[in-house]
Design a protein around this ligand. Structure first.
Ligand code: GDP
Ligand code: GDP
Length: 436
């Protein structure tokens, strides 16, 4: 949780997205393919040696109707606001430009560590051209080439050296949750309603290196919760905070920092692309998820309205079949009192551990009910299973040959596990392994 964040800034065309893709690589996700989830990459998981972190390509956050220079400046400000370490990228081909100097001026105003990368240094001779960039005042420039993938190791070493130490991570036992959704679905209204009079707000915890503010509160029943990134939801001052990509990026960060994600939809508007994008990220990140349909007061309802809306959600978000749905109104407060108990329940399920003996009883019953099929004349043998981790619950199933276990059989096993134990609201992972 709360991974270090690295942002790339620089004028257009220096190679920011090329380097972003080099660093992020092809991430393995727990689902192969989620239809409708577009992958425009502005925020993604990355890893160097043993450190996991997050990358932001500020160049991907476009401001509409902004003059060229002011867009670049805002992107630099986003990096300063969001990142623990900033990669300032310039191009060794074009040399130092006015625009580079403008970006540098903004970065001087911040005390975030800046690592200067000179891209497009495609051959050894070009290394002599990087000395001009000392003038920018960010110390040694790191020559790299996105095309040839050279210089990346030294650059990443320098970046990781600036990360806060592992020990700085939060250790709290409260349930961490966040409201996620498009602008205007009603997140701030829900936050305010939940933090209403009958909640004791314990503290506002200032984020360590960022401006993310979490809010801890206790319900009348004595349950402790931490609402993640409440400030990010509430404050709306800067121009870029209204752009869609920025809000997607903020949502992804809040998801990373939460155990339970409350995915807010607007009953008035139905489901949009951006909803799917963010939901897909939450699912892949393995978070517990509750689907909250807000503004329920605005619909003319009859006996079918709720069922129809539920069907729509189930068909648009097939991979979220495990997520409970709740229809609420921040305005009338309808059903808001159900949220704390639901959050607590899915959080418990997200941490549920099943004893191996109990798990294997369920597995044997499943095998009896629906024996492992033959494939190309070869028979799948399922020996036993064990839970290896929680958040999300992850099971290793030992078989004779993982190739023989078809996706549909895997899903059958998942369904049997879900029937036997309460995993409502949480994804579960099944890893197939050959018994040695
Ligand atoms: P961005 O606008 O900063 O995100 O830049 P892009 O990643 O889109 O790259 C701009 C152009 O530079 C593309 O045509 C890339 O193929 C090219 N490019 C990126 N890295 C290198 C490199 O290391 N060497 C050369 N010669 N071209 C590169
Ligand atoms: P956010 O951008 O997701 O934080 O959305 P806000 O909380 O700012 O709400 C956007 C607009 O929707 C505001 O005008 C709210 O008053 C309104 N709104 C929020 N929740 C409800 C609701 O449950 N019912 C109705 N009718 N309006 C709502």
């Amino acid at each position: 949780m709360a991974y270090p964040v690295v942002a790339i800034v620089g004028r257009p065309n220096v190679g920011k997205s090329t380097i972003f893709n080099n660093i992020v690589g092809d991430r393995i996700s727990i689902v192969e393919d989620i239809p409708g989830v577009t992958r425009d990459r502005i925020y993604a998981r990355a890893e160097w040696l043993t450190r996991e972190f997050r990358m932001i390509d500020t160049g991907g956050i476009e401001m509409s109707d902004e003059p060229f220079m002011s867009e670049i400046k805002q992107q630099a400000e986003i990096a300063i606001d969001e990142a623990d370490v900033i990669i300032f990228m310039v191009s060794g081909r074009e040399g130092l430009t006015d625009a580079d100097e403008q970006v540098a001026k903004i970065l001087y105003r911040s005390d975030k560590p800046v690592v200067l990368a000179v891209n497009k240094v495609d051959n050894v001779e070009m290394r002599n051209d990087i000395f001009d960039f000392y003038a920018l005042g960010f110390g040694d420039p790191f020559p790299i080439s996105g095309t040839h993938k050279t210089g990346m190791g030294d650059l990443l070493d320098a970046i990781v050296a600036h990360f806060p130490s592992d020990a700085d991570g939060q250790d709290d036992d409260t349930v961490r949750f966040s409201f996620i959704g498009r602008p205007n679905v009603g997140k701030s209204s829900l936050v305010n309603a939940m933090l209403g009079e009958d909640r004791v707000i314990v503290s506002d915890i200032a984020g360590t290196t960022r401006d993310a503010i979490d809010t801890k509160f206790t319900t009348p029943d004595g349950d402790e919760f931490t609402m993640v990134d409440t400030a990010g939801i509430r404050k709306r001052g800067k121009v870029y905070e209204n752009t869609e990509k920025y809000s997607v990026m903020r949502a992804m960060r809040a998801i990373d920092d939460s155990n339970v994600v409350l995915m807010v939809l607007n009953a008035e508007e139905g489901i949009r692309e951006q909803d799917k994008h963010v939901a897909g990220y939450a699912h892949e990140a393995g978070r517990a998820i509750i689907i909250v349909v807000n503004k329920w007061d605005t619909l003319e309802k009859d006996n079918h309205t709720m069922k129809d809306f539920e069907d729509l959600i189930r068909s648009e978000f097939q991979y979220l079949a495990y997520a409970p749905i709740v229809f609420v109104s921040a305005k009338t407060k309808q059903r808001l009192d159900k949220l704390p108990a639901m959050i607590k329940q899915v959080n418990d399920n997200h941490q549920r551990r099943i004893q191996s003996s109990t798990l294997n009883d369920v597995l044997m019953d499943a095998l009896a009910l629906n024996p492992a099929p033959n494939m190309n004349g070869k028979r799948l043998r399922v020996y036993y299973a064990t839970q290896v981790t929680v958040q999300p619950p992850t099971f290793v199933v030992f078989v004779n040959d993982p190739e023989l276990m078809h996706f549909s059989y895997e899903r059958f096993l998942e369904n049997q596990i879900r029937k036997a134990f309460d995993f409502t609201g949480t994804p579960i992972k099944i890893i197939k392994r050959a018994r040695t």
